[in-house]
Ligand binder design. Structure first.
Ligand SMILES: [Fe+2]
Length: 206
């Protein structure tokens, strides 16, 4: 992360939470730099989306901080599973699916981070109710989680990973649109497409 990005992330944090959040992200970075850079990037993308949505500054800060912590539960997953080049077997997938729940449990150890706990727990829920860990439906999912889910999926698709092919930004946005209304909140997909400087009609016909 360059200095300007680091300073910006620090300045956008909610009061008093900065050093705890920085420490937790640093813990992730030491063990698993790929997940840490995902947390940095999703923090930035979620902020841009929240600005497009014209949310209040305090809400934007809450979303950015939750985005920076959303995959903190991956520190409980073995590196063998996190770095596996192929698809996961059933036991590995079960381990992977526990990271939102365990991430929420980690932040529950910090009273100052209580406001992020439910957001972290629900970042893999889907608006059609087929997500995890709770199978929440639509507006039952915290809206901050629905915003972070869009930003996180976009970033995951646009970086090179051993187990998936890298997509161009336009391809990733088209995929978000394919999953709009099932996996993702349509309003947030549409706003994200706009945030990234594309028009949904152009992506549809691409
Ligand atoms: Fe996740």
């Amino acid at each position: 992360m360059d200095k300007a990005t680091e300073l910006w992330l620090k300045s956008s944090l909610a009061d008093g939470d900065a050093s705890i959040v920085d420490g937790l992200v640093q813990m992730v970075r030491v063990r698993d730099p790929i997940t840490a850079s995902h947390l940095d990037a999703v923090g930035l993308l979620a902020r841009r989306l929240a600005v497009t949505l014209e949310l209040e500054e305090m809400t934007i800060n809450r979303i950015v901080t939750a985005a920076r912590l959303h995959d903190i539960g991956k520190t409980t997953i073995s590196l063998h599973v996190l770095e596996k080049p192929g698809s996961l077997d059933e036991a590995e997938w079960q381990q992977m699916r526990r990271h939102p729940d365990l991430g929420a449990t980690i932040v529950a150890g910090f009273p100052q981070l209580e406001k992020y706990r439910a957001i972290i727990r629900s970042h893999h829920e889907r608006v059609d109710g087929r997500g995890y860990p709770d199978g929440l439906l639509g507006s039952e999912i915290p809206y901050e989680s629905r915003i972070i889910a869009v930003a996180a999926a976009f970033h995951a698709m646009t970086v090179s990973r051993p187990y998936s092919r890298v997509r161009t930004p336009a391809q990733a946005l088209a995929e978000l649109m394919n999953c709009s209304g099932t996996q993702f909140e349509p309003e947030y997909v549409e706003a994200f497409v706009k945030t990234m400087g594309y028009r949904s009609r152009a992506l549809r016909s691409a």
